[in-house]
Design a protein around this ligand. Structure first.
Ligand SMILES: [Zn+2]
Length: 370
């Protein structure tokens, strides 16, 4: 299996300038592809393949007006066109919505770097047209690195590469684990492990409080500095907006890190099978009372990590159908309750079972593996 490895890079100021240019050109090529597809569609044309568009882009590069496109590696723009076409294909297959234009302010700066020029030497990596860049930690030695991508998270630059890894050959003694994920707790496992909701912790709450305060501050500043009906950006506004961006970054990092810890702890018990429910996050997001809490839990990320960590240790990963009544079913006698409100935290059955609602669901899921 191929696992992605992400390390922080420490570019020099000149290199950082080049990185920004690559990210900018890559974004431009992506947006250009979307615009060409839309224009073509408006005139009644069919989907343009990336090969056609790449040829068009090559011609564009020869004109004087677009000569600046040649400042970055040809592979970077080529991959951006491919990515944009790939996003359309994903939409045609019903796997995602319509691809969106990458806005300069909101999109994450990132670009593809040529894989066959990518080299590693200790704590140095080589990126085409950028040169040798220092990394914060050594990348594992390997003869083939795939799909190197460079990205910026609002504070630091990173490089992500795919590295082929063999499966760990260990005995799996942990048995079957059913996992119920939700809002009250992140995950309740049938073996008794419980992972709390990190968003209820004091650290996250305080960070969110500070975030709200800064957001109020910045909107107040915008109103104060209005010239007529126009909003003006002052130096102080830029400063506050930077701290808001960094705080968002910190919250994301806390949440992702916590999910990594939880999924790793589960994988460490060496289960042979893991059963989870198929998530219907977009359905849950329609309920405006819980949509924010659902988004903050990053449940898709939990499933994604659990899946690849299972593959890594050689465990089976099963997803139950979303119509399986994991919560309503009694894990003791098999009766199904007609109705179960979200507020009912304890499951009570006529057979005498009294159990935590999520634990009941986790046990029901674990039984599916047999
Ligand atoms: Zn029962």
């Amino acid at each position: 299996m191929i696992l992605a490895k992400k390390v922080r890079i420490r570019p020099t100021p000149e290199q950082e300038q080049k990185l920004w240019r690559c990210a900018g050109v890559s974004r431009w090529a992506y947006n250009w592809t979307l615009a060409r597809q839309e224009e073509n569609y408006a005139y009644g044309g069919k989907f343009l393949s990336d090969a056609v568009l790449r040829k068009e882009l090559t011609k564009l590069k020869q004109t004087e007006q677009y000569a600046w496109l040649n400042e970055v590696s040809a592979q970077t723009t080529k991959q951006a066109v491919k990515d944009a076409c790939g996003a359309y294909i994903k939409m045609f297959r019903g796997k995602s919505g319509k691809p969106k234009f990458k806005c300069r302010k909101r999109s994450k700066p990132s670009f593809y770097s040529r894989y066959d020029r990518f080299k590693v030497n200790g704590c140095l990596i080589y990126l085409e047209k950028i040169g040798w860049v220092q990394t914060s930690e050594d990348l594992p030695k390997h003869d083939k690195y795939s799909n190197p991508r460079v990205s910026f998270d609002g504070k630091y630059w990173y490089v992500t590469v795919g590295i082929e890894q063999g499966q760990e050959k260990k005995e799996l003694l942990g048995g079957v684990i059913g996992i119920d994920v939700g809002i009250k707790d992140l995950a309740v496992c049938s073996n008794g492990m419980v992972f709390i909701n990190i968003n209820k912790s004091i650290t996250v709450r305080n960070a969110q409080k500070r975030l709200r305060r800064l957001q109020r501050k910045v909107s107040r500043k915008y109103e104060m500095n209005m010239e007529g009906s126009r909003f003006v950006k002052t130096g102080n506004i830029v400063k506050v907006e930077t701290s808001i961006r960094l705080l968002h970054r910190r919250l994301t990092n806390i949440r992702t890190n916590y999910i990594h810890q939880a999924t790793s702890a589960i994988a460490k018990t060496k289960p042979c099978v893991i059963v989870m429910e198929e998530l219907n996050v977009s359905g849950l997001m329609k309920n405006r009372h819980i949509s924010k809490a659902i988004a903050e839990q990053k449940l898709y990320e939990f499933v994604r990590q659990m899946k690849y960590k299972c593959e890594k240790i050689g465990a089976r990963f099963i997803q139950a159908s979303r119509f399986f009544p994991s919560s309503k079913l009694c894990s003791c006698c098999g009766r199904i309750k007609a109705e179960l409100k979200l507020s009912e935290r304890t499951y009570e059955c006529v057979c005498g079972l009294r159990i935590d609602r999520d634990m009941n669901a986790a046990i029901n899921l674990s039984k599916l593996a047999v």
